[in-house]
Design a protein around this ligand. Structure first.
Ligand SMILES: [Ca+2]
Ligand SMILES: [Ca+2]
Ligand SMILES: [Ca+2]
Length: 307
C-alpha cells in the first residue's frame, strides 16, 4: 500500500495527465508524478495493484443506441463485515445484445484485506446477479447491526439482507421492494423519514423507457452539437420516484402516492416546464456573467500587452 504522503504528493496539472496515465506501475507513476508535481492534488490509479480489476459494463463500448447505455454504474464503500475496514461493492450493467451463458457480468463485492488489496468475494457472499445495474445504497433496514444492500436496476431492484456471517440473502420479493421490473430505477437512499427507528427507502427513477418503442438516434435524428447521440432525456417522459415505508417486520409498503412525493414535477414531465424555465433563465444569467467576466479579462490583458 502506498503511504498517504506519497499519494498526496502526486499532483499534476491537467495537461500532463494523459502522459501520466500512460506510465507504468503505481510505484513508477508515484515517482514520476511526484517529480512533476506543481499544484494541488491528483489521485493515483491503484486499481490494478489493489485487485479491483473487474470490468464495468454499461451498454456498447463504441456506440450508444439508447440513453440507458450512458448511465451507470454506482459504487458503495462500506464495511459489510464490521471489521472496521471499508469494503467495496461495484454495481455492474449489461449490453443490448446480451452475453453468452456463463459470461454474464455481475456486480462485485470486494473485501478489504487491510493491506491495500481487495479480494473478490461476490460468489461466496451470494451476490452473483446480472442485469442493467444502476445505483446502490447501504443501510441497516432491520437494525441487526449489519448494513444491508439495495441495488437499483433498469428492471427489478434487489434488496440483500446482510446475514452477518459474510453472506447475503436476496429478500427483494419478500420485502416488497423488487418493483414491477418495468421501471428505470437509478439512485436510492435509506432514510427514516417518519423517525420511527426503521430505515425507509427512497428509489429515484429517471425516465419511462421501453426499449421496444424508444426512439433511436437515426429516428430523430437526435443530435448534440451535430453529432448523432442517444435520444433523450428531453422529449421523453419522466419516471416516477418510489418511497417505501419500512413496516418494521422485514417488509415495506409503497407510500409514494400517500406521501405526496408523486406530486413533485419531474424535470422532463411536461408539467415541469414551469421549473425548467427558471433554471434556463438562471443558466442564461450565469452565461451573461461569465461572458462579461471574459470580456473584462480580455480587456485587461490587451491593455497590459499594449503598455
Ligand atoms: Ca470490512
Ligand atoms: Ca441489517
Ligand atoms: Ca421509518
Amino acid at each position: 500500500m502506498l503511504p498517504l504522503e506519497k499519494v498526496l504528493a502526486i499532483a499534476l496539472p491537467k495537461k500532463l495527465l494523459p502522459a501520466f496515465l500512460s506510465l507504468g506501475t503505481a510505484s513508477e507513476q508515484s515517482t514520476n508524478a511526484a517529480a512533476a508535481n506543481d499544484l494541488g492534488v491528483t489521485f493515483l490509479n491503484v486499481a490494478r495493484e489493489s485487485g479491483l480489476n473487474t470490468k464495468t459494463i454499461f451498454g456498447g463500448e463504441h456506440k450508444n443506441k439508447y440513453l440507458l447505455e450512458t448511465t451507470g454504474c454506482g459504487v458503495a464503500f462500506y464495511d459489510y463485515d464490521n471489521d472496521g475496514w471499508l469494503d467495496i461493492f461495484l454495481v455492474n450493467g449489461w449490453r443490448l445484445e446480451g452475453f453468452p451463458a456463463g459470461q454474464e457480468p455481475t456486480s462485485h463485492l470486494f473485501k478489504n484485506n487491510r493491506d491495500g488489496t481487495f479480494t473478490d468475494v461476490t460468489a461466496k457472499a451470494g451476490l452473483l446477479h446480472s442485469g442493467w445495474g444502476q445505483g446502490v445504497c447501504v443501510g441497516d433496514y432491520d437494525n441487526d447491526g449489519f448494513d444491508d444492500l439495495f441495488v437499483t436496476y433498469f428492471g427489478k431492484n434487489v434488496l440483500y439482507h446482510n446475514n452477518g456471517n459474510n453472506t447475503f440473502t436476496d429478500v427483494s420479493e419478500k420485502a416488497g421492494v423488487a418493483g414491477t421490473g418495468k421501471r428505470w430505477n437509478t439512485g436510492c437512499a435509506f432514510v427514516d423519514y417518519d423517525r420511527d427507528g426503521h430505515l425507509d427507502l427512497f428509489v429515484a427513477n429517471y425516465i419511462d423507457l421501453d426499449l421496444k418503442t424508444a426512439p433511436v438516434p437515426e429516428s430523430g435524428p437526435c443530435l448534440y452539437k451535430g453529432v448523432m447521440v442517444a435520444c433523450g432525456p428531453p422529449g421523453l417522459n419522466g419516471g416516477k420516484n418510489i418511497l417505501y415505508h419500512n413496516n418494521g417486520d422485514g417488509t415495506f409498503s409503497d407510500v409514494s402516492e400517500k406521501s405526496g412525493i408523486l406530486k413533485a414535477n419531474g424535470t422532463f414531465d411536461p408539467e415541469g416546464q414551469r421549473h425548467l424555465r427558471p433554471r434556463r433563465a438562471h443558466c442564461r444569467s450565469r452565461q451573461r456573467r461569465l461572458a462579461g467576466h471574459l470580456r473584462r479579462q480580455r480587456f485587461h490583458r490587451q491593455r497590459a500587452l499594449s503598455k
